[in-house]
Design a protein around this ligand. Structure first.
Ligand code: SF4
Length: 372
């Protein structure tokens, strides 16, 4: 049996419980693993003696390794290629922002450099969105909660991570149990991220949205809507057939009533598909009764084979004007980051035959959908 990640919380808790060891030791074990990822768990100080053989035989501080890191030339984006214990790869992306560059009340914003980590939750994805490279590679496997948390551990060694977004490879709500467990670890000791700093992005898995607020109150929810009507959604997102728009909107109403939080709506701008004036009005009407922030995402073509084209800047700006002006919906246009390392939305295609990689493997994975 391969060793489990020490961040696989339910497994660790079960084994501690069966061995009569208190759970209160777990945060200090995690703290040690974060600070000393290259040391053995036998070296964690002050544990009950029964904990040491249990940890040694069944758990590792990290089951994944940081295979390579690429930095964008502007230094704001770093792409991490993480190798899992089963040999599969996932990507995580660190995006750094200087809040002082923005304005608040006409003055520079307070703060400084902040980092957001975009995390993967699955290897591949079952959802098959047509504009997404991950969607074309099919589904390989779910990540365990430990493998999800380990991306944060790797990234934290490179940058002070303040925000986490589940917008990497995979549909997080399709790996619900591991997602919930991983987020509970992130908001607990020793990570102690605020739930407000964690965003889960979904294509709209209705039954999971219905449970999410009860399991993880305070979290940010982002919904990849990408179309204002069911038939366009089905054209570009086959999973929309299983989660009809009308039922999805009902679920969002209930979610908002319970959570009292605004919902982020992601909308990828595809030339001639969903970016016309009528679509902006349809979207405005659809969202009128919700408190939302719409994020318009200029599409990044994935290689030359993409069937979609990027909407012109003019179209994006007209679309934004309608949502803002006619429907009073806060609407932003996503800033593109890290394009020179294929780290921008829809671009993360990793080719391990590249010079930095010690192993010669064919085209692997990508993160298609970084929503910020
Ligand atoms: S856009 Fe997200 S949900 Fe759709 S195929 Fe890509 S990874 Fe899956």
């Amino acid at each position: 049996m391969p060793h489990r990640s020490v961040f696989d919380a339910s497994e660790l808790k079960t084994q501690f419980h069966d061995a009569g060891i208190s759970h209160r030791f777990i945060p200090s074990i995690w703290k040690f693993a974060i600070q000393n990822p290259d040391r053995q768990l036998d070296e964690v100080p002050d544990l009950p003696s029964a904990a040491y053989p249990l940890l040694r035989s069944n758990f590792k501080p990290l089951t994944s390794t940081l295979h390579s890191v690429s930095h964008s030339t502007d230094g704001f984006t770093s792409k991490l290629l993480v190798k899992l214990q089963n040999g599969a790869f996932v990507e995580a992306v660190i995006m750094r922002y200087d809040t002082r560059l923005g304005k608040y009340g006409g003055k520079p914003r307070p703060g400084g450099l902040r980092s957001t980590l975009c995390i993967s939750s699955q290897v591949g994805c079952k959802m098959g969105c047509k504009f997404c490279a991950t969607g074309t590679m099919g589904f390989k496997n779910n990540l365990s909660s430990g493998e999800i948390v380990e991306q944060l551990v790797h990234a934290s060694r490179l940058s002070n991570i303040r925000n986490v977004v589940f917008m990497g490879m995979g549909e997080p709500l399709n790996n619900y149990t591991a997602l919930v467990e991983a987020i509970r670890i992130m908001i607990g000791s020793p990570f102690q991220l605020s739930p407000k700093k964690i965003t889960v992005s979904t294509v709209g898995i209705i039954h999971a949205i219905n449970k999410l607020h009860g399991d993880l109150p305070g979290l940010n929810l982002a919904v990849s809507l990408h179309a204002p009507v069911q038939d366009i959604r089905c054209q570009i997102m086959p999973s929309a057939r299983a989660f009809p728009l009308e039922k999805l909107m009902d679920a969002l109403q209930v979610y908002q009533k319970n959570s009292q939080q605004k919902i982020f709506i992601e909308y990828i701008m595809l030339d001639g598909v969903n970016d016309e004036e009528q679509h902006a009005h349809q979207l405005g009407k659809l969202l009128e009764t919700l408190k939302v922030v719409v994020n318009l995402i200029p599409f990044n073509p994935i290689g030359s084979s993409s069937q979609f084209r990027t909407s012109s800047e003019h179209r994006v700006s007209e679309f934004q004007k309608i949502l803002r002006g006619t429907y009073n919906i806060r609407t932003t246009v996503r800033k593109q980051m890290g394009q020179d390392i294929s780290g921008a939305c829809g671009q993360l295609v990793v080719n391990l035959s590249d010079k930095r990689s010690p192993e010669n493997t064919s085209l692997l994975t990508d993160i298609e959908d970084i929503h910020l």
